[in-house]
Write a protein that binds this ligand. Structure first.
Ligand SMILES: [Zn+2]
Length: 288
């Protein structure tokens, strides 16, 4: 049904926009989309709250930090910041040459402390919670086409100050779900045996850590920051022994992860496929 003065109002509308600033903003035609675009979301950062759920919710909604999602220990998922907006979860972070990561990442906080327990309490992550984290990561990674090697822990992107989600976080569950890569054990063994005979130098170690994604100086000196990065690396890839030492097994895992045929993704219960990172990993050492 047409209102009695509809025609006259349509004629007046452009004039009213000029006089009183049009509420709809400039008229834009969206019928020629470019094929050359992708999501602004390139990275996914997993955190552990290190405080219980109630405190986490308070801090992440009304403190001075935030994350896109908060996953409680019963598997409930809370969306706190829309994915299209920036959450304040990763601070002065770095991965594969990109810094900081907040503008181009999604942050997931996983509640790591049982209800009523003090800050920093370490407890295994319950299975319903891990299942929820798995589903959430799968969904986000698929929608934004996030590369598997860009699904990282907070400690990996900020090793100088953070270690979360910590050594108890079951990365193996994400490997089994085909969401993140794992080092090929044959490649790890091959490199480990070679390094037992002939250990590589510290500069090689730092270059490989840089190629894997970490922010690090390649000084050739086994300094405090190098040990810290190595500790974070072990926390994710060899949680059974996290001591910051460059032993042959740690070096073998690192060499596999940065070699062209050393990464693989699970495709089924028994199946794997090689993951070729394009462009291949390259060292981006900071100037000493
Ligand atoms: Zn964190």
């Amino acid at each position: 049904m047409q209102p009695p003065h509809g025609h006259r109002l349509r004629l007046l509308a452009p004039l009213l926009c000029v006089l009183a600033a049009c509420a709809q903003g400039p008229r834009i035609q969206w019928n020629h989309p470019s094929v050359n675009q992708d999501s602004r979301v390139q990275f996914l950062v997993v955190h552990a709250t290190e405080i219980d759920f109630a405190t986490s919710l308070q801090v992440l909604t009304h403190g001075d930090v935030s994350s896109h999602y908060l996953v409680d220990r019963d598997g409930s998922i809370y969306g706190l910041v829309p994915e299209s907006r920036r959450a304040w979860h990763a601070g002065p972070s770095y991965w594969e040459g990109t810094t900081p990561l907040n503008p181009s990442s999604i942050g997931i906080e996983v509640v790591s402390v049982p209800k009523g327990m003090p800050e920093g309490t370490e407890a295994p992550f319950p299975e319903p919670q891990i299942a929820a984290v798995r589903d959430l990561i799968a969904d986000i990674a698929k929608r934004h086409h996030i590369r598997p090697n860009r699904i990282v822990g907070h400690g990996e992107v900020q090793p100088e100050g953070r270690t979360d989600p910590g050594r108890l976080f079951p990365w193996s569950s994400l490997i089994d779900a085909g969401l993140i890569p794992a080092p090929d054990p044959n490649a790890v063994n091959r490199f480990r045996q070679a390094f037992e005979r002939d250990p590589p130098g510290v500069r090689w170690l730092q270059e490989q850590l840089s190629a894997h994604g970490y922010r690090i100086q390649c000084s050739g000196v086994f300094d405090g920051p190098t040990k810290q990065v190595l500790t974070v690396f072990q926390g994710r890839y060899r949680p059974g022994q996290v001591d910051g030492e460059a032993d042959p097994e740690t070096l073998g895992i690192l060499a596999a992860l940065t070699s062209p045929d050393g990464l693989r993704m699970r495709t089924s219960r028994d199946g794997w496929r090689a993951l070729h990172v394009d462009p291949p990993p390259q060292a981006r050492c900071l100037d000493p």
